[in-house]
Design a protein around this ligand. Structure first.
Ligand SMILES: CC(C)(COP(=O)(O)OP(=O)(O)OC[C@H]1O[C@@H](n2cnc3c(N)ncnc32)[C@H](O)[C@@H]1OP(=O)(O)O)[C@@H](O)C(=O)NCCC(=O)NCCS
Length: 395
């Protein structure tokens, strides 16, 4: 019997000529075969697609959005946002997607995308290729009736088109407090703030002295459940002011739902037993290029430390092996190492710690990190400590 292992396949970037077919493979995998015409102008151009070709043409694909993300106060980092991972059903189980994921990783490395994120259908599937669950986020469900109007609620106002830049400035100020928030382009901001074709979008600001200190925005929704696309505040006064606005629509909306970072202050600003909080993973993360990613990271400026680290990453051989990591004056330098490593960890653990998902100590306690020298481990832990992960976009 002929065995599929011997069928030659080709891995390459998907060109324009195959985009309709790529679109249709995605439609079968994600939207039950909904027919949609591919059009280049509707397509996000900050996007790469990699395909698996066999004797029947394109069979499977991995999409990669080109994003930049904030990493605390440091420089923004190029991030490969993986999506649209799909294989035609008759060609599943042959390793097509596994090979395409590894190929995509090599392309990310070549393009200088030093980290990657994705929303997994199965965590186990992507963990195999080096991604790990990043940080956690909170999902709130809050009855509008339990909220309170405060005196600052009286200066909350509906946003107008001209406020877009000030809203974005508020978002970016907030983003430097976390690791992973996306630098949105004009198109992405319009999708959030503009009115939809069938429904208006309602955006409210807390902007004393004309500086936006907080905003929330929502569209559609029902009485039982209205989702706030984004609710960001730079301080507790702004949060309390905007919560008061939500109280004022309690005859139209019974319950609001939104996502917030793991360190959000809602419980202190309006504690109530009827607030439900669910902790859920944000997404999976992966360091694509260990040296480049670490060298972009800003450590506390007073910290001067060094560690010899061994990284295990069989799917990305450029990361594999021993590294001398040093920091001074806020900057990190990474060189190949030749000593016995003080710490050995896999790329999943490093990725999680790097993105602020968990501290190295928590990862070590949960699933083990090999430590030969406690001083080296502590140095590495201090270097990677910083703001938690958060991200509020989907792809
Ligand atoms: C998920 C999907 C992309 C896998 O494609 P595929 O070409 O069959 O995958 P591969 O044959 O390359 O499998 C690679 C590995 O993943 C494993 N795997 C495959 N399907 C899996 C599943 N549903 N859950 C967990 N692991 C799975 C395989 O066992 C294999 O592991 P191994 O190498 O250790 O044996 C395909 O089933 C699909 O298109 N599904 C619908 C769309 C979808 O859900 N995409 C994911 C979006 S995040």
């Amino acid at each position: 019997m002929e065995h599929w292992h011997h069928h030659p396949i080709e891995l390459r970037a998907i060109g324009l000529e195959d985009m309709q077919r790529a679109w249709d493979i995605g439609a079968q995998a994600f939207s039950r075969g909904e027919r949609r015409e591919y059009s280049a102008d509707r397509f996000n151009t900050d996007f790469d697609a990699y395909g698996v070709y066999d004797e029947d043409g394109l069979q499977a694909q991995v999409g990669v959005h080109r994003y930049k993300v904030f990493m605390g106060n440091g420089p923004v980092v190029e991030m490969a946002g993986v999506g649209g991972v799909s294989c035609l059903p008759a060609k599943r189980g042959r390793g097509y997607i596994g090979r395409c994921v590894v190929y995509s990783l090599e392309q990310m490395q070549d393009r200088g995308q030093s980290i990657s994120m994705l929303f997994p259908f199965s965590q186990a599937f992507y963990r195999k290729y080096g991604w790990e669950v990043g940080g956690s986020r909170r999902r709130y469900e809050v009855p509008a009736s339990i909220l309170h109007v405060v005196k600052e609620t009286n200066i909350v106002r509906a946003a107008v088109v001209e406020d877009a830049a000030a809203i974005q400035a508020c978002y970016e100020a907030f983003a430097t407090r976390y690791r992973g928030m996306i630098c949105r382009n004009e198109r992405e901001w319009k999708a959030i703030l503009d009115h939809g074709s069938s429904h208006y979008t309602y955006t409210y600001l807390y902007a004393p002295k004309n500086v936006v200190e907080g905003y929330l925005t929502y569209s559609k929704g029902s009485y039982e459940d209205t989702y706030i696309r984004e609710f960001i505040t730079l301080n507790s006064t702004a949060q309390r002011a905007l919560l008061g606005l939500l109280h004022r629509v309690d005859m139209q909306v019974e319950k609001f739902r939104w996502h917030a970072p793991s360190d959000d202050a809602l419980w202190w600003n309006t504690g109530h037993n009827d607030i439900s909080t669910t902790i859920e993973p944000i997404c999976m993360v992966r360091v694509v290029d260990v040296r480049a990613a670490l060298q972009l990271w800003r450590t506390p400026s007073a910290l001067r430390a060094g560690v010899c680290v061994e990284v295990i990453d069989p799917h990305a051989p450029w990361n594999q092996g021993v590294w001398e990591v040093e920091c001074e004056g806020g900057s990190v330098t990474v060189k190949r190492g030749y000593e016995i490593p003080q710490v050995t960890l896999d790329i999943q653990a490093l990725s999680q710690a790097f993105c602020g998902g968990e501290s190295l100590a928590a990862i070590r306690a949960a699933r083990g990190i090999e430590v030969r020298d406690e001083a080296g481990f502590n140095a590495f832990q201090q270097m990677l400590s910083g703001p938690p992960m958060w991200m509020n976009d989907g792809f």
